[in-house]
Every structure is written in structure tokens, then in C-alpha cells.
Unconditional design. Structure first.
Length: 317
């Protein structure tokens, strides 16, 4: 009963917009969802984020559901996950593409190395070594007085520390308080889909699940093709904090972004699908991290366009 209660609470939370703003009845939505679940293997999140309540059978079939994504993830061999599940191992493995200093518990984890890092980077970011979605990312100022506490926190909470990145002026103009990134998805070693991610309201992270906004990108040009969006049904022609127009924004150094992810993925030749988070500095693109379980939701919510046919074609290459 506890699981059923949680599912109903989730349904009511995500169904608030169509019920309160569009006038759908709860009973109708529940019946519609159950049918969609049986036919299209969609989760509650899929059903509401992609507006399945407004789509017919063919329209729903265009979307990659979370269950579809699970099947795609399984195409990645177990050996592919080791490079991505732990951030310090990722930084070590892809050191030619990260272009920043860092310190971790497993790799480069001695107190002596921490002291050298603190001397060089008294302002840095720290993050959980194995978490995702921007959870637990913090700005940190290391001083002579708090070095012991910072080191103890890195060890006891299994965190890593990284040198602060300075993004290029074009990307900073979107939202200066966050490092705004491209989520670039490679399938079978080739760039297939991409979104631009932006922080809002002075927040430090740009992740959609942490309140950031995102917009779809043309993978050939790096130009934004959609309005900005978040996971709460809001759409933005202009950035809500900076006022910058989102559709038509040109991600700088786009060919270098493509070359970076398509070169990096060669280090994990068995990985079928990888989501890469890429920051752009004046010196070129920089990998923030990679994801062997990349989220499909922001990719499809940005333009409310299903990617199943595109991804299936890429998987058959």
C-alpha cells in the first residue's frame, strides 16, 4: 500500500497542470495513463512531461520512455559504466579533455595532494563522488583555518574538489552565476542529440532536475531551435534572469564541441550511448562529466519532440 500511495501522490503532483490549468478530470487522466502504460510502457513522468494525454497512439510512439531508455542502457556493457559512475575515475580516465585540477578520495586522495590543491585553488567546487543531477554541488572557499574541516568533509562524505572553470563570455552571458553547459549525447560514437543547459536565479548549477532550464540544439550548427523550458511546464522566450533571447542562440565553438565528445568516446569503444556535459572556455570545450545512464527527459521536453526514430536509426549504424 505504501508504494501505491507514493505512486498516487506522484500522479497528483505531476497531473496538477492538466487538471488545474487545462481542465482534465483526474479519473480520465488515470484511465488514459493506465492505457498508455500498457501500450507504450510509459512512466507517470513520461505521460505528463510529454503530454501523452494530448497525443494519439502514433504521437506517443515517437517518444523514448524511461522503460525504453532502460533497454538502451542495457546495450552498454558493464565495463562501460566504470568510467562514468565515479567522478574521480572519470576525471582520471578523461584527463586529456577535462583541463582542470581536482582532488578525490580514491584517485589523488592523499593529504599532501590536498594541501597542494588548496594552495593552488583556494576557491573551488566540491561535489559527491558518485551522485548526479547537480545534487550536493557546493562552492567552497578553503582557508588556513578551515582546511582540516574541508579535508574531513571530502573524506567522510566521499566528495571530490575541482578547480573552478571560467566559461567563455558568450556562455556566461546566458547566466553568469552558473557554468552553463551542453548535454551532448553520443550513440555508437557519433553526436546524435544535444541540449543547452542554463542556471537561473543566481543558482550555481544548470541541471534541469535542480531547477535549471534547457533548450534544444541543432546538432549540425549548435544553434538553439526551441524556447527554454524547465521540468515544471514553464517555457521561456527570454532567459528569466538575464533576459537573453534563447531561440537562435549560437553555442560557440560548436565543431570543437562535436570533436571533443566524438574523440573522448573512443576511450570507451564499447559504450553504445553516453551523455557528455561540456563547458566551453576561451581555450576550448571542457568535459565536466559523462553519463552512461543519460536522462532522456530534457532532450525530449525541450522541443516536445520524440526522439525514438532518430535514436533507433543511430543504434542500427
Amino acid at each position: 500500500m505504501g508504494k501505491l500511495k507514493r505512486l498516487l501522490e506522484r500522479f497528483d503532483e505531476m497531473g496538477r497542470y492538466p487538471i488545474q490549468e487545462l481542465g482534465y478530470s483526474r479519473a480520465w487522466l488515470m484511465a488514459s495513463y493506465l492505457g498508455a502504460f500498457l501500450v507504450h510502457r510509459c512512466t507517470i513522468a513520461d505521460y505528463f512531461l510529454y503530454h501523452f494525454y494530448e497525443r494519439n497512439h502514433n504521437g506517443r510512439e515517437e517518444f523514448v520512455t524511461l522503460y525504453d531508455m532502460r533497454d538502451i542502457h542495457r546495450k552498454n556493457p558493464g565495463t562501460a559504466f566504470a568510467d562514468f559512475e565515479e567522478k574521480d575515475r572519470f576525471l582520471e580516465r578523461f584527463q586529456d579533455y577535462v583541463h582542470r585540477d581536482w582532488i578525490g578520495r580514491v584517485c589523488r586522495g592523499s593529504r599532501e595532494e590536498f594541501e597542494a590543491f588548496a594552495d593552488a585553488h583556494p576557491r573551488c567546487i566540491t561535489k559527491p563522488r558518485t551522485d548526479s543531477g547537480g545534487h550536493g554541488v557546493e562552492l567552497c572557499a578553503i582557508t588556513p583555518e578551515n582546511r582540516d574541516q574541508v579535508w574531513d568533509k571530502l573524506v567522510s562524505e566521499d566528495r571530490i574538489a575541482e578547480e573552478l572553470l571560467e566559461q567563455c563570455p558568450e556562455m556566461a552571458a546566458l547566466h553568469p552565476a552558473s557554468v552553463n553547459t551542453v548535454r551532448a549525447l553520443t550513440i555508437q560514437g557519433k553526436l546524435c542529440s544535444a541540449v543547452l543547459r542554463m542556471g537561473v536565479g543566481g543558482g550555481f548549477v544548470d541541471n534541469g532536475c535542480a531547477g535549471g532550464i534547457f533548450a534544444g540544439l541543432d546538432v549540425e550548427t549548435g544553434i538553439v531551435t526551441t524556447q527554454g523550458a524547465d521540468l515544471l511546464e514553464h517555457r521561456f522566450l527570454r532567459h528569466p534572469t538575464t533576459g537573453l533571447t534563447i531561440p537562435g542562440f549560437q553555442v560557440p565553438q560548436w565543431e570543437a564541441v562535436r570533436e571533443t565528445v566524438e574523440s573522448a568516446v573512443k576511450l570507451t569503444p564499447n559504450a553504445v550511448i553516453v551523455g557528455w556535459d561540456v563547458a566551453i572556455t576561451t581555450d576550448g570545450p571542457v568535459l565536466i562529466e559523462g553519463n552512461a545512464y543519460p536522462s532522456v527527459q530534457i532532450m525530449q521536453t525541450a522541443g516536445m519532440e520524440g526522439l525514438k526514430r532518430l535514436w533507433n536509426a543511430a543504434l542500427k549504424r
